[in-house]
Design a protein. Structure first.
Length: 523
């Protein structure tokens, strides 16, 4: 009767009945027989029981005394998910409680607790009928994660103001961004949303969240951090090989927040109600963004040099004066972080480094230090007095500076207008009419005249550099060691050849026009 009671619905005590009534003291021999019966019942139900026996034995004999009384049996059972599922126990739904069922997976599936693959020919694991959270049977007792549908339902019952009804949202928060602001954003979202939607990037990075949402085909991601954090998430999406690439919105918590500015999310989070941010995500539109691979090939592989910080361009790449200032800025901030505690201080320090770079002119006569080819076409800079080259993907750099600047209206009667479809554009007059588009699979190449110009651009006294080209591919060969930077991460590079090619397009989200008055809000 114990065997058949396992296969029927009922309450915990009913599951313990046998012909002679409830047993209150169970020897280990009897317990082993009962578990053996459970194994046969589990096999009858099509469950993979390889890992089930030790789980059941350890859970039922809670104190390890060698015998099990009724209270211990019920206590062990009530806290053992595989046992509850096997017994078909009807549980009262509580806030955030999963509703488990056995499941067989027809394609590779990973456990949301240990990240291991669910293996076996029979039913390999447990799956929540509400949120599809998936675990090994032996991992089911290890998770304290709550179920989103039951958690949200209880919030409504408690009278908490609901958040906007939008696509399923996965939120990544980098608490290191924005100092205490990052911690506050994390706490606010933990109150507003379900805990399964919020991931602290200091605890395991983005992989657990991406794996949990993997089976969904229509969800969005919100990245709370700076441009570096956004790049981290985009790279993780690439490596995760998701069946669907989710679009990404940004809550800017960094210093420059150039990408957030271009997508109208603003230059920095001001502490406003996060419900307004969620409303803006609900009203956002898809904005594809080009991403670029940077391959740095040293002339002498044995020569020591700084490591390339990041092989992908999301925002910009530069060589020369701009990177030299950034390199000094970076080293000073690493050495004295307390001196860089605000955007205003950062701008003043940058202007000071630009002034000292003007005096030293470490990157003068750049035309003699490198060559540039755009899709194999040499770029002639011999007549120009430049100290830097910038390759930009988006219309914002250094916290809101638009180096490409405003474009002139094209003259339809001019012969230049006929060349717009050219793969590489180097005609100076035509370039004046060309606007930037971060989804056109082209990069903009600019010349920088000197450190003082960069200081003026950074502090807003000047808006743009010298337009040199628009191109889908760039090769740069250096003839002396030069400072370089990718998306604000500088390094000193020995002689090398650099290839920049199109990698892919990221699905980004553009905020509604009403959110910000322009790209350079909160500079």
């Amino acid at each position: 009767s114990c065997y058949f009671s396992i296969l029927e619905d009922g309450q915990p005590r009913e599951k313990l009945e046998c012909e002679n009534g409830p047993f209150f003291i169970i020897s280990l021999i009897t317990l082993d027989r009962i578990i053996a019966q459970m194994m046969r019942a589990a096999e009858y139900l099509g469950w993979d029981v390889t890992e089930l026996r030790p789980d059941l034995m350890g859970a039922i004999d809670v104190d390890g005394s060698g015998s099990v009384n009724l209270d211990e049996w019920i206590k062990g059972g009530m806290n053992n998910v595989p046992l509850l599922v096997l017994l078909g126990l009807k549980m009262t739904e509580r806030d955030g409680q999963h509703s488990w069922r056995m499941k067989h997976f027809n394609k590779p599936t990973y456990c949301n607790v240990c990240q291991g693959m669910l293996l076996g020919l029979a039913k390999q694991g447990l799956c929540c009928t509400y949120c599809k959270y998936t675990v090994h049977s032996q991992c089911a007792n290890k998770t304290a994660e709550q179920c989103p549908p039951t958690f949200v339902r209880s919030k409504k019952e408690l009278g908490i103001v609901p958040v906007p009804d939008i696509h399923p949202l996965l939120v990544f928060v980098n608490p290191k961004s924005g100092g205490k602001q990052g911690e506050r954003v994390l706490r606010k979202f933990q109150y507003l949303l379900n805990p399964r939607q919020i991931y602290n990037l200091r605890n395991g990075g983005p992989v657990p969240g991406l794996n949990f949402f993997r089976s969904l085909h229509d969800y969005r991601i919100l990245v709370c951090g700076g441009d570096g954090t956004v790049g981290w998430i985009l790279d993780a999406i690439d490596k995760a090989e998701l069946p669907v690439r989710p679009p990404v919105a940004i809550l800017p918590l960094g210093t420059g927040n150039d990408l957030a500015r271009c997508l109208r999310w603003g230059g920095g989070y001001d502490g406003s109600d996060l419900r307004d941010v969620l409303k803006d995500i609900a009203g956002s539109v898809l904005a594809p963004m080009d991403r670029w691979t940077v391959q740095v090939i040293p002339d002498d592989p044995t020569e020591d040099g700084d490591p390339v910080p990041y092989p992908i361009i999301n925002n910009y790449f530069s060589i020369g004066v701009d990177a030299s200032i950034a390199h000094r800025f970076h080293h000073m901030r690493e050495k004295h972080p307390h001196k860089f505690s605000s955007r205003v201080k950062n701008k003043l320090w940058y202007f000071e480094f630009a002034t000292s770079e003007t005096i030293s002119a470490s990157c003068k006569n750049l035309k003699d230090c490198l060559t540039i080819e755009c899709c194999g076409v040499p770029l002639d800079i011999t007549s120009l007095s430049l100290e830097g080259i910038a390759v930009v993907n988006i219309p914002s750099m250094h916290g809101g500076s638009n180096l490409w600047g405003e474009s002139k209206k094209a003259d339809k009667s001019s012969h230049h207008a006929l060349d717009k479809s050219a793969e590489v554009i180097t005609d100076r007059e035509l370039l004046k009419t060309r606007s930037q588009d971060m989804s056109d699979k082209r990069l903009e190449v600019l010349g920088l005249e000197g450190a003082m110009e960069m200081g003026q651009i950074y502090t807003g006294l000047k808006s743009a550099g010298l337009r040199l080209a628009q191109t889908p591919q760039i090769t740069i060969k250096t003839l002396k060691p030069l400072p370089m930077q990718i998306d604000g991460e500088p390094w000193m590079q020995p002689l090398c050849t650099i290839h920049i090619t199109h990698k892919n397009q990221a699905n980004m989200l553009m905020a509604p026009p009403s959110k910000r008055s322009g790209f350079f809000h909160l500079k």
